[in-house]
Every structure is written in C-alpha cells, then in structure tokens.
Ligand binder design. Structure first.
Ligand code: BGC
Length: 351
C-alpha cells in the first residue's frame, strides 16, 4: 500500500512537471508569415510550422500574403499589434519589410528569417534556411556529370533560368551552379545560343511558372526553331523548371534536354518519373520547420540558440547568425526513398 502511494505520488509529480514544461510555452504567441499559397512548398512549410509549434504548446498566428508585399507588411504589423512574442517570416521581397521590422525592434520582438533572408535591417535575430549555395552546386555538379564534361568535347547547348531578383536566395542558387559550370563555359564545352547568362537576364520575377514559360518560348523560337538541340536547361527551382517543361512540350521537337530543379514539387516529381525533369533538390520542409521550432523554443526559454553559420549571410546591415540545413540530391532513382518512404508524399499523390 505504501509503495502504491509512493508510485501515485511520483506519477502525480511527473504529470505536474509535464504540465509545467508545456505550460511554459503556453500563452507565447508566434506569428508565422508566409509568402504565398500559390507554390506548393510554402503550404507545406506553413502547415509543418503550425503543427510543430502547436505541438510544442505555442499559440500560432499563420498568415499567407498572396505574393503581395503590401499585404505581407500589414500582416506582420498586425501580428505585432496582436502581441506576437516571436516572428517567423519568409519574405516575398527581402528588402521590403523594413517598417514592420522596425516595429518589431521597438517592441523587442525577436525575428527569425525563414528560408529567405530579410535584408537591410538589424532587427533580424536569426536566419534558418537550407544551404542555398549548395543547392546550386548540386545542380551544377549534376550537369557536369550527366554530360561528362570532364571528358566530352561538346559543345553542348545550355540555357539558364534563375529565380526572383527580390529573393536573396535566388543569387545563391544561381552562383552556386554557375561557379561549377563556368570553367566549361570558358573552355567552350558549354555554349549558350540565346546569349543570356547574366543573372539579370535569366531571372524570373516572383518565380512564376508562366513567366519562365514565356521566356523559354521566346528562346526556343529565336534559337532552336531550326532543329538545333538544347542539351541542358539549368533551372533554379521546380516552379521555373515547370515553365520550361511546358514551353518545350509545345514548342520543341529536338532531343529532350537535361533539366534541373529544386523542391521536389509534386508535378515536378511526376515529370521526373516521366523522364521530363532530370533531377531536383529535396529540401525537407519538416527539417526546416523542426529547426525553427527548436530555435523559437530556445529564444523563449532564454537559452543559447542553435546556429551553424555566423559568416555567410550579411543582409547589408548585419551578419545574421544562421542555421543551414542540408539540401539533398533527388532523381528518379532515389525519389521513392526520399519522398515516399519518409512519408513526405503518398504514392497516390505522385500518380
Ligand atoms: C526557396 C525555394 C523556392 C523558391 C520559390 C526560394 O526562396 O528557397 O525553395 O523554390 O523560393 O518559392
């Protein structure tokens, strides 16, 4: 009997402890600002963040800004006015949230830049992302290997489609890939029939599939209508790769090019299975969400915040302490393991 009472007491104490540790997060409100519902990945990011923060006992204010900078600005300001304790922001345009960030600083609200760096502000406390430069080097290295550029003479025809100039990540993706490919461009093994290689010439505002498609259609009709083959099309991510794939479907009858991407969006994964997209880069949004939730918890508890890079991400005001998750190469040979076995997608979603 005595033992039973002891056990009951221990159980009650353990329960009290469990309650008090979740209660610590209770009442803490986390504002999560996402750019758009139009692209698949942000829906996943938002859903993962919301679920994980709630599971950790936080209250969550999750907002999507329809890719409209003004909307995002007022959503973040509203989060502050509503008493957010920490802000997590994936910016539409890195430099356009200055007013809201000033307001956060005045109210001493820590800000985590989520996936995309917030620029020109010293009110950014931390940055959590995938290693953006590495995304580009993975794409570039894939092209080098797929075309055997070390040994092959070429020349191979290359076209390039990059991301949104307003997104700090876009230049990292581009530069990572171009740094790998440049020696082969210099050696004449890779040539660019459109002549468009500078970032400004190949960028895609808001990462829009339609914009990438229109540009690809123009390139195809001006440079490839005579039956010239395009051998490889470097695309920085899946939404732009999809535009290029749509353009090729309707306007091109040559040998299908090697196309790169990033995100493993459902449609692009289907295209990978169908042989239309050669590879993608998998950035498991669950990994990033878990890391950010961990950082939020550390901030709220006054603990040291987990970062692994304190040098790379200068936002033109400060170098923002960052945590970089590792992106993973994906293609038709490993997508099942990466995406289905891990529970990221069901088999049905990819039918
Ligand atoms: C993200 C990419 C994404 C792109 C378009 C970038 O900031 O890092 O994963 O493809 O935005 O949404």
């Amino acid at each position: 009997m005595k033992n039973m009472m002891k056990l009951a007491l221990i159980a009650a104490m353990a329960a009290a402890l469990a309650v008090s540790s979740t209660a610590f997060a209770e009442g803490e409100k986390i504002g999560v600002s996402m750019p758009t519902k139009d692209l698949q990945r942000w829906n996943q990011d938002g859903a993962n963040m919301e679920a994980e923060l709630q599971a950790a006992g936080f209250e969550v204010d999750l907002q999507y800004a329809s890719n409209d900078v003004q909307t995002q600005l007022s959503q973040v300001e509203n989060m502050i006015a509503a008493g957010a304790d920490v802000l997590v922001i994936a910016a539409i345009e890195g430099s356009s949230l200055g007013e809201a960030l000033d307001m956060a600083a005045e109210n001493e609200i820590p800000v985590i830049a989520y996936d995309r760096l917030l620029m020109e502000s010293d009110a950014v406390s931390y940055y959590a992302t995938f290693d953006n430069y590495m995304v580009g080097t993975v794409q570039g290295t894939y092209i080098v290997e797929a075309l055997d550029l070390e040994n092959a003479e070429g020349p191979f025809n290359l076209e390039v489609t990059a991301g949104d100039p307003g997104d700090n990540n876009a230049k990292y993706f581009y530069q990572g890939a171009i740094d790998v490919l440049q020696p082969y461009i210099d050696a004449g093994k890779l040539v660019i029939p459109s002549g468009q290689l500078a970032f400004e010439e190949v960028a895609t505002p808001t990462w829009a599939t339609e914009t990438a498609q229109t540009r690809a259609e123009n390139i195809l009709s001006s440079n490839y209508a005579d039956g010239t083959n395009v051998d490889v099309w470097l695309c920085s991510n899946d939404s732009t790769a999809l535009g290029v794939e749509n353009a090729l479907d309707a306007n091109y009858s040559g040998t299908y090019p090697i196309i790169t991407g990033q995100d493993c969006d459902i449609q692009n994964t289907k295209n990978m299975i169908a042989g239309k997209q050669a590879m993608s880069v998998f950035k498991d949004t669950r990994t990033l969400a878990s890391q950010v939730v961990k950082m939020v918890g550390q901030i709220v508890n006054g603990e040291e915040v987990d970062v692994n890079d304190t040098e790379t991400y200068n936002n033109n005001a400060i170098v923002v302490p960052s945590y970089l998750c590792e992106p993973v190469f994906a293609d038709v040979n490993n997508y099942k393991e990466l995406l289905i076995d891990s529970g990221y997608y069901t088999e049905d979603q990819l039918q």
